[in-house]
Every structure is written in structure tokens, then in C-alpha cells.
Design a protein around this ligand. Structure first.
Ligand code: FAD
Ligand code: NAD
Length: 473
């Protein structure tokens, strides 16, 4: 192990490891410190995203979707599968294998790029020195020209429902259940609540989500959120809004006391998932004599280029402002690497796509209708339902819509919102269009293959000008 680096990255999640690889590609000598240890005691690269976030959650969403298909959907296609049996431990094993394959892949990429993986805790000292404490062994001081902080985030805890990962779980625990709880409560009907709720609802749990806000998915365009809620409730998930959880008591079951507009309420469940947001992870990150600026919510303060208040020290990913999304962090990691060598890297924060991997999927980029209204921006809207596309009908997924908003005078696309099948893939086209400052007319004049789900995007663009073909505008 060297003690002298061009760049030391603290944190090997999608922000840190991607930034590290880009630094190495640009000829810099890189060391990456990461303290993550998986459940079998092995250190693992990839951070929250690969180990306990994006990847394992999608693995379980895909498995539970297959189960649902076998159980309920294949028969209508003329496929009889007989009795369907659920093997949850195998589902978890498959999820673990997906995670191990991908995290192992990063290890290979580190080797190929000659990046040193330092397994243990990193702490920023003064003068761009970093204290590295290996999992086993003594702390040592490393020197670097540049330091990138990429320490990610951790779940927010609430006093009313302390997590024990037995009966009261956070997302880590919700990814490890080996049997289907009869009843599952979820505090927080946000992204994690809906994704984890969907998994266990599909596998047979009775899922009830308790959300503090009066609005369902407040950050999502309200027309899209309304359609999504209708579908989730049709699947059996119960969404209760305006809930103030007061406390939870554990016995044979978990008893949750909460209040809503009707007064005091009680909910009995077998497992309770707490998914009320995540906070930036800066625990024991800086030495006392390092004056790293953080904001009032604990995020490391950075400018548009992810530079902190300390020259040569950068911060990227969940630990800084902006959406807590893997691809946002990765872009920041690449930007910082390029700027370190004097290249003009930047991130377009206006075109970061969001996806919620439920069924139907929800995906969006750009402004919501409410934000355009409150900014007084003149706009035109085009919507198109998947029910009118041949492909969605053939797939038996005729649910949801595409909604495009464009500036009323310039026709520039300002926001695209999708609820429906494969919204996660369809949103890519919208991101590209916005990145190139396309107009709705540009999308409308782009040839889309038939029959595809992307025809709904095309038709919504035509609808902005009131000329969708398969819709009475
Ligand atoms: P992290 O991935 O959190 O990585 C930080 C790493 O730094 C960790 O390995 C941590 O152990 C390490 N570390 C922290 N402090 C230190 C220290 N002092 N010394 C050494 N190491 C340290 N995002 C999406 O875009 N799409 C999704 O589908 C998606 N699904 C998600 C599902 C779940 C259940 C969860 C919890 C999150 C999901 N996210 C998703 C969010 C995504 O995981 C995060 O936005 C992303 O992981 C942030 O990347 P990061 O590199 O900033 O931090
Ligand atoms: P979230 O912010 O998406 O949702 C938290 C929800 O909990 C909100 O609706 C909030 O109003 C509610 N809430 C807060 N306090 C509450 C309380 N005391 N009682 C009841 N409800 C309460 O956060 P999350 O679902 O925990 O996920 C954290 C972050 O991880 C997300 O914001 C996202 O950035 C990331 N993530 C992304 C994906 C994805 O991209 N598909 C998936 C999972 C997580």
C-alpha cells in the first residue's frame, strides 16, 4: 500500500467508485477507502446502491413480479402453470448472487484500472491528509493532492419506531426477510416504502402504508401520482395519508399507534418497515481541526462543481445536496475527476431522471405541472394513455399515461412524466430530448417504431399540439 496518492476517494458507492475509475482513466493514482462489510463479514465495493439499495431491491421486485405473473397473469395468455410455490429463501439467495456478481465486477474494474481498495474507515485530516483505519490494524496517515468525499447516506430513524431488524425494519431488513409476513406496515409512502411494499404485497402480505403528508407522492406530478395510487390500491396496498405515528409496541405483533384526521388509530402488523427518508452520512468523517462546511441538514456544502470550502477537497453523491440517486452521484464523480485534470466537466441538474420501480413504473424528468403553474411559466400539455397503444395491449399492460409539458411560446420540452409499463426505459428518450433542448415538435417529428411503448411518448408529443392520431383530442 502506498501512502501518497493523486486522489483519495472516501466511499465506494456509485458516486465514489465511478469517480475513482474516471480519475484512473485520466492517469491519476487513486486509492479508495470504503468501510462497508456485508452480512457474511466480507468487505464489498458498491456502497448502498449495489449492496443494500438499487440492485437488491430491483432483484426482489423482478422476482416478485415473476411470481405474480405465474400466479395470476399467465393464465390469460393461455399458459397454465399448475400450482405455484413460493421459495423466499431462494429468492433472497438469487438477490445475493446478483449483488455479489456486480460488486465482484467493481473489484475487477479496480484491478484493471490499478485503483487501490483500502478496506476500512477514512477520516479527513488537515492539509488534504487522510487517516485510514483498516478493519484490522492500526490507523495510518495518507497524503493526497485531492480528496473526494463520497460517504453516501443512511436511513433516518424515528423515535416512534426504533429499528431492530427483527420486527421493525429499515430497507436493509426489508431486503432480507425469508418468509412472507401476513401483515406488513410501512411508515413513509415514499420511494422505498412503495418499492418494498410492492415486493411483499406481491408475495402475499397485506401491506398498509402510513404517510405523514396529506398528499400522496408530493414530488411527483399530481396527475401521475393520482393514477399510480389508483393502481397500487387496486393491487391491494392500502395508503393512509396524514398519519402521525406516535409510537409502536412490540410483542407477538407490532402495534402502531398513530393519529389522523379521524383521531387516534391503531394498526397491528407482523413486520413494520420504516422508510421515512435518508440522511447524509458524515459520522466521524473529519478531524476536529478540519473546518468542513455542512448545511443545516448535515449535507456537505458544495458549489455547482462539487467543490467544498476546503481547496482540493470535493464531495459527491448522497452526502451533498440534490436528489439521492445513484446516477446523479456517478455523474458528479465523473465531473470532479475531469475538473481535477483541468477538463470542463459539469452536471446538468435540470435533466436528472427519477424512477420508482413499482408496477406501473413511475418516471419523470424536468418540471411538474404544479411547479410550472407556481412559476407562472406558460405551457401546453400533451397526454397519451398506454391503453391506446398496440404494444401495451399485446403485453396486457394497458395502464397509465405519458404526459409532456412544453413552453407555450418556444415549445421547448419542460417536463415529461410517465406512469406505465417500462417507464424506467422510456424516460431515457425524454432525458435525451431535454438534454438537447428539444421542442415537443422535435419529438413529434421523430419516427418511433411500431408497435412499441415509445409510441405513447410520440403521441403525447403530438398531443401537445392537439394532433395525437390515436386519440380524440
Ligand atoms: P453510497 O452508495 O451510500 O456509498 C457510500 C459508501 O461509503 C458506503 O459503502 C459506505 O460504507 C462508505 N463510507 C461512508 N463513510 C465512510 C468512511 N468515513 N470511511 C470509509 N467508507 C465510508 N437510487 C437510484 O438511482 N435508483 C434506485 O433504484 C435506487 N434504489 C434504492 C433502493 C434502496 C432500498 C435504497 C436504500 C437506496 C436506493 N437508491 C436508488 C439510492 C442510491 O442507493 C443512492 O443514491 C446511492 O447509493 C448514493 O451513492 P453514494 O456513492 O453517494 O453513496
Ligand atoms: P422518501 O423521501 O422517498 O420518502 C419518505 C416518505 O416518508 C415521504 O413521503 C415522507 O413524507 C414520509 N415521512 C417522513 N417522516 C414520516 C413520519 N414520521 N411518518 C410517516 N411518514 C413520514 O424517502 P425513502 O423512501 O426513505 O427513500 C430515501 C431516498 O432513497 C429516496 O428519496 C431516493 O432518493 C432514494 N431511493 C431511490 C430509489 C429509486 O430511485 N427508485 C429507490 C429507493 C430509494
Amino acid at each position: 500500500m502506498s501512502s501518497n496518492y493523486d486522489v483519495i476517494v472516501i466511499g465506494a458507492g456509485p458516486a465514489g467508485y465511478v469517480g475513482a475509475i474516471r480519475c484512473a482513466q485520466l492517469g491519476l493514482r487513486v486509492g479508495v477507502i470504503d468501510e462497508f462489510v456485508r452480512k457474511d463479514g466480507e468487505p464489498s465495493l458498491g456502497g448502498t446502491c449495489l449492496n443494500v439499495g438499487c440492485i437488491p431491491s430491483k432483484a426482489l421486485l423482478d422476482s416478485s413480479d415473476e411470481y405474480l405473473k405465474a400466479e395470476h397473469e399467465l393464465a390469460s395468455h393461455g399458459i397454465k402453470v399448475g400450482s405455484v410455490e413460493l421459495d423466499v429463501p431462494q429468492m433472497i439467495k438469487r438477490k445475493d448472487k446478483v449483488v455479489q456478481d456486480l460488486t465482484g465486477g467493481i473489484k475487477q474494474l479496480f484491478k484493471a484500472n490499478k485503483i487501490e481498495w483500502l478496506q476500512g474507515h477514512g477520516k479527513l485530516l488537515a492539509d488534504r491528509k487522510v487517516e485510514f483505519t483498516p478493519h484490522k490494524g492500526k490507523a495510518q496517515t495518507l497524503d493526497a493532492e485531492h480528496v473526494i468525499l463520497a460517504t453516501g447516506s443512511t436511513p433516518i430513524d424515528i423515535g416512534a419506531a426504533p429499528v431492530d431488524q427483527e420486527q421493525v425494519l429499515n430497507s436493509d431488513g426489508a431486503l432480507e426477510l425469508t418468509e412472507v409476513p401476513k401483515r406488513m406496515g410501512v411508515i413513509g409512502a415514499g420511494v422505498i416504502g412503495l418499492e418494498m411494499g410492492s415486493v411483499w404485497n406481491r408475495l402475499g402480505s397485506k401491506v398498509v402504508l402510513l404517510e405523514a403528508q396529506d398528499t400522496f407522492l408530493a414530488a411527483v406530478d399530481s396527475q401521475i401520482a393520482k393514477e399510480a395510487r389508483k393502481q397500487f390500491e387496486a393491487q391491494g396496498m392500502e395508503i393512509r395519508l396524514g398519519c402521525r405515528v406516535k409510537d409502536s409496541r412490540k410483542g407477538k405483533t407490532v402495534s402502531i399507534h398513530y393519529e389522523d384526521t379521524d383521531g387516534k388509530q391503531n394498526l397491528q402488523v407482523d413486520k413494520l418497515v420504516v422508510s421515512v427518508g435518508r440522511r447524509p452520512h458524515t459520522d466521524n468523517l473529519t478531524h476536529d481541526d478540519v473546518d468542513l462546511l455542512t448545511d443545516e441538514r448535515g449535507y456537505v456544502h458544495v458549489n455547482d462543481y462539487c467543490e467544498t470550502n476546503i481547496p482540493g477537497v470535493y464531495a459527491v453523491g448522497d452526502v451533498v445536496r440534490g436528489p439521492m440517486l445513484a446516477h446523479k452521484g456517478s455523474e458528479e464523480g465523473m465531473m470532479v475527476a475531469e475538473r481535477i485534470v483541468g477538463q470542463p466537466g459539469e452536471v446538468n441538474y435540470e435533466t436528472i431522471p427519477w424512477v420508482i420501480y413499482t408496477d406501473p413504473e413511475i418516471a419523470w424528468v424536468g418540471k411538474t405541472e404544479a411547479s410550472l403553474k407556481s412559476a407562472g411559466t406558460p405551457y401546453r400539455t400533451g397526454t397519451f394513455g398506454f391503453a391506446a397503444t398496440g404494444r401495451a395491449r399485446a403485453m396486457d399492460k394497458p395502464v397509465g399515461m405519458v404526459k409532456i409539458m412544453a413552453h407555450a411560446e418556444t415549445d421547448r420540452i419542460l417536463g415529461v412524466h410517465i406512469v406505465g409499463p417500462q417507464a424506467s426505459e422510456l424516460i431515457g428518450e425524454a432525458v435525451l430530448a431535454m438534454e438537447y433542448a428539444a421542442s415537443a415538435e422535435d419529438l413529434a417529428r421523430t419516427i418511433h417504431a411500431h408497435p412499441t411503448l415509445s409510441e405513447a411518448v410520440h403521441e403525447a408529443a403530438l398531443a401537445v399540439d392537439g394532433r395525437a392520431i390515436h386519440k380524440a383530442n
